[in-house]
Design a protein around this ligand. Sequence first.
Ligand code: CDP
Length: 202
Amino acid sequence: MSFTVAIDGPAAAGKGTISKAVAAHFGFAHLDTGLLYRATGRRVLAGEDPVAAARDLQPDDLQRDDLRTADVAQAASRVAAIVEVRSALVDFQISFARRAGGAVLDGRDIGTVICPDAEVKLFVTASDEVRAERRYLELSAKNADVTRAQVLADVRERDARDAARDAAPMVAAQDALVLDTSDLSIDAAVARAIAAVEAGSP
Ligand code: CDP
C-alpha cells in the first residue's frame, strides 16, 4: 500500500533534514526532488539544452558530489521554471510517491502538483535570515567561498523566482500544515513532523 508524505517549502528551510528523519522513523523511502532540478541545472551549466538534459537524466547524475553549490542551486531554479523540464521529471516523481511501503518527497510542488492526494502535507518554512544562516553554515563547512550576504541574496532570489513562475509555483497547498522552524531546534521540528504524519496515518 502506498502512503505519501509531501514536504514543500522555500530554500534551506530544513526540508531535507526533516524529510530524511521522517523517512527513517517510519521506514519510508525518501526522494529529494530538488536533486532532479540541480542535476539538470548542472548539465545546463556544462553546456546542454535544459529540456534535453531533463529528458536524459541518469541515476549517475544524481550521485555527483557537486550538486549543492550556489551556482548549481541558481541554475536549478532557472531550469525549474521551464514547463517542459518539469514535465520530463513528473512521471519519475509520481511513481516514486506511489511505491509500496511509503514515501517522503520534498520539493516545491509536491503537495500541489505531484501528489495533490498525499496523505500528509507539510510546508516547512523559516525567516529569510534564519534560512540563509543555516545554508551559510552548511556551505562554509564544505569550505565554499561564500559570505552571509551572498547566501541571503541567493536564497531570496531563488525564492522569488520559484514563487513567481507560472509552472508549478512554490506555494503551500491549502491543506498543508505550515511548520515554521525559525525558533525550533532540529529535534523539535522533526518531532512535529513525525506527529503530523502519525495524525495523518490511517
Ligand atoms: O536545498 P534547497 O531548499 O536550497 O533547494 P532544492 O530543494 O535542492 O531545490 C533547488 C531548486 O530546484 C529550487 O530553488 C527550485 O527552483 C527547484 N525545485 C523545484 O522547482 N521543484 C521541486 N519540487 C524541487 C526543487
